[in-house]
Every structure is written in structure tokens, then in C-alpha cells.
Design a binder for this molecule. Sequence first.
Ligand code: AFD
Ligand code: MN
Ligand code: MN
Length: 388
Amino acid sequence: MPDENAVKAALKDQRIETPSWAYGNSGTRFKVFPQPGVPRNPYEKLEDAARVHAHTGVAPSVALHIPWDRVDDYAALADHATELGLRVGAINPNVFQDDDYMLGSVCNPDPAVREKAVAQILDCVDIMDRTGSEILSLWFADGTNYPGQDSLAARQERLSEALDTIYRRLGEHQRMLLEYKFFEPAFYATDVPDWGTSFAHCTDLGPRARVLVDTGHHAPGTNIEFIVATLLRRSKLGGFHFNSRFYADDDLMVGAADPFQLFRIMHEIVRAGALEHGAGIAFMLDQCHNIEPKIPAMIRSVLNVQEATAKALLVDDEALTAAQRAGDVLGANEVLMDAYNCDVRPLLREVRREMGVEPDPSAAYRASGHQEKLAAERQGGQQAGWGA
Ligand code: AFD
Ligand code: MN
Ligand code: MN
């Protein structure tokens, strides 16, 4: 049976990155519902992220999205993060909202547009130099809506060229994660649609290019834990964008749609020894809270990842391995389900007490009155959003 102290130590050591864009207004192509108290700038987004970290104790870094989080002085923004007990995490270039990118960014048929997109991404690497960020998180909304619109192969060539230029700019301590998504906004073909395409490009590039698995980016029923295990085996798993989906890519709170799948993913991570920081896997949330209050939804999401991780840490790996080797189908499944069926909330409450944070972060936030305070204080100004 796993040693309880080792399980608690692993949970205390876990780090989950929150995204700056989760704190701003968001919505769908039909409507963005603005909420009271939403940040008006990246500094206020960091303050909200600091609140999530204060309540959970395991969310000390914040991913930025450029230009949504553009500031004049990124070193000063990084200093502000430090003052708040945070650090700047992954940098996410946005090459999907400029008018020039209607037919794509790095895969665009027009070389001038491709050059513009690469330049924008290289600027993000400059920002990484100033903020100390180690991860360049690349998602391209590139794709086509109709057969014949563009050459599928030529677009791969263009992508490969752009990625190679970007990869060669990265510093020794920086790495790029290439995210895939099976559809949206493109409706016929996406230029990085699946893990295989990302894996192929990352393999061409080198050891500091790895695959970013966004849990909301798979067709229904996809066995995501198989992808995770395969990428881990080849040292090509860069990390996660955690969220949930019921149907399309809707960025709901991770674990809300399928907590069992999240557990199975974390089981592969734990089994491969990839939870340790040395494994270099980035556990990042990527969510947009369209109708739920932002900070409480972020707190809930962090707790959902912790609960799945705690269950994965409780799997009796010795018994599981023995049952698997013996071909004991029911026995092996039972070992896994025993861990999944554990109520890990008392264990996590104990871990939080020992970490000096409230045992029930959601209840503590609700009781804090902080949401009401933000709504009262943050009057006026231009609320942050994702500018669609
Ligand atoms: C959207 C994309 C993708 C990307 C995120 C942040 O689908 O997941 O990582 O925006 O740019 O959710
Ligand atoms: Mn994502
Ligand atoms: Mn997404």
C-alpha cells in the first residue's frame, strides 16, 4: 500500500499553473457575459491568481497571453508577480485574432503574414527572457474550412519552417510546447489536429519541443491516458492544458465532465514518476469561465486536479503490477478502482492544514467576502476579456 506520508509530500509538492485569461470576461461566439469585479489589466489578473494560490497553496505561477496581457514593462510585471508570491509561467502567443490571420498565421499562404506571425512569436520569446518564463505555449488556430482551399501538405511545410525558426531562438532553459486541437475555429482541417502531428513536428525539432495535451481538444471517447502514456515513454509530453468538455471545446472546469478520465490521466503520470518537478511536465489550467464566477471556478479546478492526483497516488502499484503480470483482469481493475473510489477529501484537508491553508478553500473563499469586495472596488475601466 502507498505510504501516506509520501502521498502527502507529493500533494504538497504539486504545482498547478493558472491562466491569466481565466480571470477576464469570456463567452462564446454568441455572447460574452461581463461579470462584476473582473480585472481591468494584467496586474489585477495576477492579484486574482494570487488569491487562488493563497487559498490552495499549490498555484504559484500564472500563464500569460500576449497581446491580451501586453504591458510596457514585463520585468516590472514579473516583479509584481513576485511581490504577490507568484511567478510568471508559460507565455502564450496569440496569433489568432489579428485581421491578417484570417487564412492562418504560420501556415498562411501569404509569406508576409507568416513572417508577421513568426515575428510576433519571437517577441514572446523576448518576453520570456524578461519574465524568466521557461515555456512557450504554442496553439495555432490555423486550418481550412473547405476541401481544396489550400494544400494540406504545403501548410505542414510552412508550419515546419516557422517552428524551426522559433525553436532555434529558444534559450537553453526554454522549451516550446506545441498544442493540438481536432477542430475549431477551422471546420474542415486543422493544421495541428492531433497528438501525432504535434509529436512529428516536435520530434523533427529536438528535445526542447514537446507536445501540449489540452484535455478539451479530443473527439468524444478518446483515450487520453493512452496518449499521455505514449508521449511519456518517448519523453515528448510537455504538459497539459487542463479543462473539461462535454461536447465541443468548451473549457469547463477540469474534472467537471469526467473526473474518472482525469484520474486515469494522473495515474499514468504518477506511474511514470512524472509528477516530480524534475520530470518537467507543466500542469496548467486552460479554462474560460463564461457563466461561473472566475476565482471560485479556478479554486474548484485546482482542487479537482488535486483530488485526481491524490487518488492516483493511492493506487497500490505493487498489487496492480502483480495482478497485471498475472493476467488477473478483474483483480487489476479492482486495484485501480479501489484507489479511484477513495474519498480523498479528508486526506487533502489534512494536507492543507499542514501547509497552513484553509482545509476547504472553496468555503474559505466564499466566506471571505473577497468577491463582493472586488465588485465594489473594481468600478470603471475596461474589463479584461479575450477580445473576440
Ligand atoms: C483556446 C484554444 C487553446 C489555447 C487557449 C489559450 O482552444 O486551448 O490553448 O485558447 O490560447 O482555448
Ligand atoms: Mn489550450
Ligand atoms: Mn482550447
